[in-house]
Design a protein around this ligand. Structure first.
Ligand code: AMP
Length: 116
């Protein structure tokens, strides 16, 4: 279990640092990734600071569903008609670098599989 620590995403939620925000509601925020890996690369995060997917608990089940549906809506608004990928890097082996749960929405080009 990871500690719930302050991250750069907490600062984005509080508008202490700038971000290109594309969606917000009372539970979630979506903004463009600062180092895009595809023509469309948007992050969807919960406002609740859950460090990793591995730290989510049963009480978070509605929130996790909300994040997935938010990703779907954000992808629609971004015009990703021919598909996209949703990725949750989890922990060190998963390549996670920011320890505030986030869903990557990647699209706008043909994506390779398997990932590295
Ligand atoms: P991960 O490696 O799965 O933890 O993904 C973290 C993502 O956050 C990376 O794709 C970064 O490019 C992105 N990122 C880091 N800082 C910022 C920021 N200030 N604004 C937008 N995206 C960021």
């Amino acid at each position: 279990m990871s500690e719930a620590t302050e991250t750069i995403f907490s600062k984005i939620i509080r508008r202490e640092i700038p971000a290109d925000i594309v969606y917000e509601d009372n539970l979630a925020l979506a903004f463009k990734d600062v180092h895009p890996q595809a023509p469309v690369h948007i992050l969807v995060i919960p406002k609740k600071p859950i460090p990793t997917l591995a730290d989510a608990e049963s009480q978070d089940h509605a929130l996790l569903g909300h994040l997935l549906l938010t990703a779907k809506r954000v992808a629609e608004v971004a015009g990703l008609k021919s598909g996209y990928r949703v990725v949750i890097n989890t922990g060190d082996d998963g390549g996670q670098t920011v320890y505030h749960l986030h869903l990557h929405i990647l699209g706008g080009r043909q994506l390779d599989w398997p990932p590295g």
